[in-house]
Ligand binder design. Sequence first.
Ligand code: PFF
Length: 448
Amino acid sequence: MANRGEQWSSKIGFILAAAGSAIGLGAIWRLPYVAGTNGGGAFFVIFLLFTLLLGTTLLLAEFVIGRRTNKNAIQAYKEIAPNSLWHGIGILGVVTSFLLLSFYSVVGGWILTYFIRSLTGGLTDPATGDFGELFGSIISNHWEVGAAHLGFMLITILIVQGGIQKGIERASTLMMPLLFILFLILVIRSLTLEGAMEGVTFFLQPDWSEVTSETILFALGQAFFSLSLGVSIMVTYSSYLSKKDDLVRSATSIVGLSVFIAVLAGLAIFPGVFAFGLEPDEGPSLIFTVLPAVFSEMAFGSVFLSMFLALLLFATLTSAFSLLEIVVATTSKSDPAKRKKMAWSMGLIIFLIGIPSNLSFGLLGEWLIFGDTFFNQLDFLVSNILLPLGALLISIFVPLKMSKSALQEELLRSSNLGSGFFQVWFITIRYIAPIAIAIAFLNVLGIL
Ligand code: PFF
């Protein structure tokens, strides 16, 4: 079934919404802590390489599928390859989005709680003066984080049930530019803290001796995570695009914005980590201890902190919208009459499935599966296995099932790039991407 005429009202609206899906906790929360636990600079360089080379290529591949078919993430594969199992890529994407949102919304809830506390003075003056301890006490307060988790999901459901244009696009156009501005202010403060340079060195100077096969898989997973790739979300978003839009320009803008935010996040967090004598490898709590500390060193710090948290909450929500959107678009078969019901039922189930992730930081903290908490294992499964697997399948599907002429036509439509660009893209999607992803998998399994 086609999308029944739902379309983005402007090109910039699409870019902002797709960039809104990409930019979120991935660059701002996950990248700093995963880089911090994987050696810093070397991880960041590998992540950048994967993002620029494979990320851009796969983003274009998802765009081509979506715009060619104007169908949702499952129907799109069915149209291109009827009577086959290829639409399994779409199903895998929906299941992955479902699982991802279940723990993403937990962290979204932390941001919501931090934001509310920042307004009521519950963050700026912790009794012990220790922001790490404050995080620990908030996170083990089950009712508070549980309510925030639910609150975060309710906002997501309310926006997604309203449909594409009215909800997602309008809000993105306003909030994303503000986030960039506030981030710049934060980076300037971080870089001027005493001892900041040690953080910059940690973040930007690669120490290759720290690199293991796991580092490479983590960097690959992070690259896909922060561009929302491998789950056919970009297929769904580009299915609302018109034929006039230039896919290559859109993709490069999205990758550019996302890399820019990743660099800003690193430059905001790591100088703070070292200036305050914190550890870069403290894990998921990293930004929650560093950010309030950096803001506390600023004039009007509590005002800026509240603003920053509001914008971070927004960035997190725009990513959550995309995750719920793909689940709703496919389960409602793009039928607007079913959108509301599906948004509520799926959203609430995802919330329930997220509860063990939430409790991983408290009641279920001792419940280890293969040596790690439920939250960490689910994140590992989704980010380092399912996202790269989805991307691998897409990179096999596109050159195999779509004709070269159709690909070239779709990719270069409304673009002034020549066929040389197309050839480079085609070789990357056909050979480099699948081989690189397969090597990363085999390497970590110890087979290569
Ligand atoms: N890209 C989002 C972020 O970096 O926060 C997270 C995400 C959204 C990942 C959607 C995957 C996805 F399909």
